[in-house]
Design a protein around this ligand. Structure first.
Ligand code: NIG
Ligand code: FE
Length: 408
């Protein structure tokens, strides 16, 4: 199958064949290589060639798209989501409006524990159908690769059920999916007085099953005061490494809890959230290769202060953005909306924001050699926008999503 796209107003995030881009960092984040008035050929789902319209080859194609007035970009790579969940938590949303905090709701047995109760009584088929519908919706908004976490089972069967649903989504859709094992998301009520026993359950019973069945790519822990502390996080990350699960952890969402440093020390692929990040965390990130992933949708929805993206970029580091799509702190998987928050609240330029959800999003899932840029040999997983005046129009047009279709 040969697809030809012609008259592309602007082909964004191009990478030359000889380059081997891993991620973009610091001042380099402002650079978004683009080609005006371009064509692109995809052969069996892989980028075959591209160039300027004045050099359009005379070629046969099974399908031709006239992209006049439209931009083409690599699909978004959303590296942090909890897309598999069993229904919304709109009641807690109202509780928060009336003054309860996210942490207080969690202390009272709501929050993640509320989602776990719902998930453990839902059958796998229904959970799959709900999750598939969410996945289709985010794809319509341009997402082509996505990471999805477990963490609403909090018991062996529930965690396996979530991970099997993620595997079925991988098998039945064209979306590139990575999965993370997040049993260490909250302590179940029955372990409240014996937290050590829950850690043992994760390490001794869940991990061998999850790894044995090849159900996860990464090990995640909600490293936070009131959730999993530093010693527990270290124990869990070491156990994950023994089974080949690299860390990708929740860190520094609610407090300066030391999560960033622990992630860097254990060679995490990424440390995610980072609402509470200062000089020490930045110094730690500079010593390693761990990607800082910012989740502005969660800060927005919980009414928290935003992540210091400028400070991180100005320190020469990379920034990745992701949605954190989940029923508690960010019930949206809309990447274009995150781009708007990045520009208006995190003060990132549109080019920096697009880099953060393409090449850097790919890097936060170890997909930088397959996705994240328009490069010959990479997946032809592409966003075709509507007729729009510029790249900046994507974050500008907030709430509207100026994407015509996802090609994959
Ligand atoms: O990334 N912070 C921990 N986990 C999720 C939210 C989970 C929930 O509230 O259901 C997050 O924000
Ligand atoms: Fe999360």
């Amino acid at each position: 199958m040969r697809l030809l796209i012609t008259n592309i107003k602007q082909l964004c995030q191009t990478e030359s064949a000889g380059s081997n881009l891993e991620k973009v960092s610091g001042a380099g984040m402002a650079d978004l290589p683009c080609m005006d008035n371009a064509w692109l050929i995809a052969e069996n789902g892989i980028i075959h060639s591209y160039g300027e319209m004045k050099e359009l080859p005379n070629t046969h194609a099974d399908e031709t798209i006239d992209a006049s007035g439209r931009l083409v970009l690599p699909a978004w790579c959303d590296s942090h989501t909890h897309l598999v969940f069993a229904g919304p938590r709109d009641g807690e949303f109202v509780d928060r409006i009336k003054g309860l905090s996210y942490e207080e709701i969690a202390r009272r047995g709501g929050g993640i524990l509320n989602s776990a109760r719902k998930l453990n009584v839902m059958d796998e088929g229904e959970l799959y159908e709900q999750s598939l519908e969410r996945l289709h919706n985010v794809c319509a908004q341009g997402t082509g690769a996505i990471e999805i976490k477990s963490g609403y089972g909090l018991c062996l069967e529930g965690e396996l059920k979530m991970l099997r649903v993620i595997r079925k989504l991988k098998e039945n859709t064209k979306v590139t999916i990575k999965s993370s094992f997040l049993a260490a998301h909250a302590y179940p009520i029955e372990y409240k007085e014996n937290k050590e026993a829950y850690i043992r359950l994760i390490i001794d019973e869940m991990l061998p099953r999850v790894a044995g069945e090849g159900l996860a790519d990464y090990m995640d822990v909600f490293c936070e005061k009131g959730f999993f502390g530093i010693p527990e996080t270290e124990m869990l990350l070491e156990a994950g490494w023994k089974y080949g699960l690299k860390p990708k952890i929740h860190a520094n969402q609610l407090h300066h809890s030391g999560g960033v440093q622990v992630g860097v020390k254990h060679n995490a692929i990424s440390v995610d959230h980072l609402e509470c990040v200062g000089d020490e965390e930045i110094a730690s990130l500079k010593t390693g290769n761990t990607m800082p992933v910012l989740l502005p949708g969660a800060a927005f929805f919980l009414g928290m202060h935003y992540q210091p993206a400028r400070k991180i970029i100005d320190a020469g580091l990379p920034v990745c953005l992701a949605t954190d799509y989940n029923p508690g702190s960010c019930p949206s998987g809309n990447v274009p909306l995150m781009l708007t928050l990045a520009c208006t609240q995190l003060k990132m330029t549109p080019e920096e924001a697009v880099n953060s959800v393409t090449i850097n999003g790919a890097a936060a899932m170890e997909l930088q050699h397959e996705m994240g840029t328009i490069k010959v040999g990479k997946k032809a997983n592409l966003i075709l926008t509507q007729k729009i005046p510029s790249l900046a129009y994507i974050p500008y047009d907030y709430g509207n999503c100026p994407i015509e279709r996802l090609i994959n």
